[in-house]
Design a protein around this ligand. Structure first.
Ligand SMILES: Cc1ncc(COP(=O)(O)O)c(C=O)c1O
Length: 385
């Protein structure tokens, strides 16, 4: 009966009605003036959200396509790179590097911790001949709900000439990421996260240094050859037929984001993070990551002893129409994840916490009904007053 669940995934996220309406516009010629106008309006908006003056490549692909484009264009076959991993999406960067013949060294941090900038610094200091061409890292590791300190990683890199390539697919527009101020060469974002549009677009920002590297490399991919995207952008086009409806949606989503303003967006996500974390703690549940590295986009909660996380997410969905995510790989059934990025209202978080109380009670875990809701309301009230 209910068409809309309370949808708290860490992507895809809810799409605002304004964006849905914008996406229902009739088709335009992607080689004509209307699409050029649309793209010309979108690019400066994307640059504001990325906090950059760098070129933006708009790809019709999921986020992984953006990651693949970064590897295919900026690191040559046989060249060395470091993949700084704190979870499953770090492994994805490594898998892409392996496919493209990049000699990627995995710096593997324990899941649930953040990347240690000191370790990155020490590794780069050993690289006297500057053989390492790129450092690849996640901004927000969605699988573990950890926010890496990208500014500190950039400082740790110092003057080492390696490119800094950041997968900000689930972090951008949820947590601060200052592409230009922090000297990030390549940033990848995805549509279906804090950008609040359906899946199918990836955005990649490219610094001059990265373009210089690309000039020396024969891109190993045709579809993801970013030089073609740069060239076509001058004409207000993309090299191949773009997901036009999603670009209509993107324009409206950018309007919404810029009306709210980046500072307010970040504050709102921090509010949600704190409501969820404090609410969950009030129920006696343990969080998967420490407060100082906790993501403002998603929260990972440990399932209580003896209760599989999958049972919690199943009852939440079946009994209360609340959609949450489970754990990935070895964290399956160990954690569940509450996404709170993008088009989420505070009262949806309160409702989800209420449903969590009832779900845990049904599963035989002793809770004080109302405990999570009361604490989350307190956090909300304090920030609003
Ligand atoms: C941090 C991160 N990187 C990469 C991806 C992969 O993106 P996609 O599923 O859009 O290919 C995701 C998706 O959840 C993600 O959260």
């Amino acid at each position: 009966m209910w068409e809309n669940p309370i949808f708290l995934l860490p992507g895809p996220t809810q799409v605002p009605p304004r964006v849905l309406r914008a996406m229902s516009a009739p088709m335009v010629n992607h080689r004509g003036p209307k699409f050029k106008e649309l793209l010309d309006e979108c690019i400066p908006g994307i640059q504001k959200i990325f906090q950059t003056k760098n070129d933006i490549c708009l790809l019709t692909s999921s986020g992984t396509g953006g990651m693949e484009a970064a590897v295919a264009n900026f690191i040559g076959r046989g060249e060395k790179a470091i993949v700084v991993s704190v979870g499953s999406f770090g492994y994805r960067f490594k898998a892409i590097c392996d496919k493209y013949g990049v000699e990627a060294e995995l710096m593997d941090f324990t899941w649930g911790t953040a990347a240690d900038p000191q370790k990155v610094k020490e590794r780069l200091q050993q690289d006297k001949n500057h053989e390492i061409k790129a450092i690849l890292i996640q901004h927000n590791e969605t699988s573990t709900a950890v926010l890496n300190d990208i500014e500190a990683i950039s400082k740790a890199k110092g003057n080492h000439p390696a490119l800094l390539i950041v997968d900000a697919i689930s972090g951008l527009a949820a947590a601060d990421l200052q592409t230009d101020n922090w000297g990030i060469d390549v940033v990848i974002a995805g549509a279906q996260k804090a950008f609040m549009i359906p899946p199918g677009l990836a955005m990649v920002s490219v610094s001059d240094r990265a373009w210089e590297a690309a000039e020396k490399i024969n891109s190993q991919s045709l579809y993801f050859d970013l030089k073609a995207y740069k060239e076509f952008l001058q004409k207000g086009q993309t090299p191949y037929t773009p997901a036009i409806s999603l670009v209509f949606g993107l324009k409206e989503a950018l309007n919404i984001m810029l009306e709210e303003g980046l500072e307010n967006i970040f504050k709102r996500h921090i509010l949600y993070r704190d409501m969820v974390r404090q609410g969950v703690k009030a129920l006696g549940l343990d969080l998967f990551v420490a407060d100082d590295i906790a993501s403002p986009a998603v929260t990972a909660v440990k399932a209580p002893e003896g209760i599989p996380a999958g049972e919690i997410t199943r009852i939440m969905r079946e009994d209360y129409n609340v959609v949450l995510a489970g754990g990935q790989q070895h964290l399956k059934d160990k954690i569940f994840r509450i996404g709170h990025l993008g088009y989420v209202q505070p009262m949806e978080i309160i409702a989800a916490l209420a449903a969590l109380e009832l779900t845990l009670e049904k599963l035989g875990f002793k809770v004080t009904r109302g405990a999570a809701v009361t604490v989350a309301e307190k956090v909300l009230k304090e920030r609003r007053d």
